[in-house]
Design a protein around this ligand. Structure first.
Ligand code: Z5A
Length: 210
């Protein structure tokens, strides 16, 4: 068991290739014999997955933006207590598909909720807990939306327009640039093999040196 387990989040706008690259990261950990617990937000526990269903699926009733934000944090507090902290305590690394940065980007940037409100909720719910390292996959919005077109039915977020995703992307980039020690930005415009060479370099440097 590894005693230097860390909490990594992976973030990015629609179509950047999170799902594809998450599999690559899992393989990297497995190849290096390092225990990894993979999870996602919103979701990650049975109750939090129920909240995910409320958030992602349309049923005819509009969701108020503040309801959306509070549900993200309701799912998150359950997820941290029931899954993330216990895994870290067992000595497993945790890889989370989206975390609090997505709330700043989507509910703050996308929906226009003031950042101070999200900062306040973050302090209240997380009490200083945050990822040790965040991989931000980045791609121009038009390319991401074109890549995402290849998937099936769109969820509630995927139906937003280009301007919404531009605002989301600029918040992700601004947050990453403001804290370069915690974030690594990987451009996913190049072919997948090239993106994964860069991911391998970043993981080797961060994970194998921790
Ligand atoms: N949300 C929120 O609002 N607030 C919060 O606090 C949190 C979340 C935590 C669910 O997220 C929604 O929750 C999300 C924000 C909101 N909504 N949106 N949009 P999700 O993570 O479950 O959903 P997603 O953003 O759609 O993620 P995804 O499934 O991981 O998709 P992806 O990044 O687009 O990845 P992909 O499926 O791997 O890639 C898309 C396509 O591109 C696919 O065909 C790949 O084969 C292709 N691809 C990947 N890389 C390449 C390269 N390099 N070249 C060419 N093609 C490529």
């Amino acid at each position: 068991m590894s005693s230097n387990a860390r909490f990594i989040s992976i973030e990015g706008v629609e179509g950047v290739g999170k799902t594809t690259n998450l599999k690559y990261i899992q393989q990297f950990f497995s190849d290096n014999g390092i225990p990894l617990y993979c999870t996602r937000e919103p979701g990650g526990t049975p109750r939090a997955e129920e909240i995910r269903n409320l958030l992602l699926h349309k049923n005819g009733e509009q969701i108020n933006r503040m309801t959306e934000l509070l549900l993200m944090f309701a799912a998150r507090t359950q997820h941290i207590a029931a899954v993330i902290k216990p895994a870290l305590a067992r000595g497993e690394w945790v890889l989370c598909d989206r975390f609090t940065d997505s709330s700043f980007a989507y509910q703050g940037g996308g929906r226009g909720i003031p950042m101070e409100i999200i900062e306040g909720l973050t302090s209240l719910v997380l009490e200083g807990f945050k990822p040790d390292f965040t991989i931000l996959l980045d791609l121009p919005v038009n390319l991401g939306l074109a890549r995402a077109q290849t998937r099936g039915e769109k969820d509630r977020f995927e139906q937003e327009d280009m301007a919404f995703f531009e605002r989301v992307r600029s918040v992700f980039l601004a947050r990453a640039k403001a804290s370069p020690d915690r974030y690594c930005i990987i451009d996913t415009t190049p072919a997948l093999a090239e993106v994964q060479r860069e991911l391998h370099r970043v993981l080797s440097e961060y994970v194998l040196n921790s």
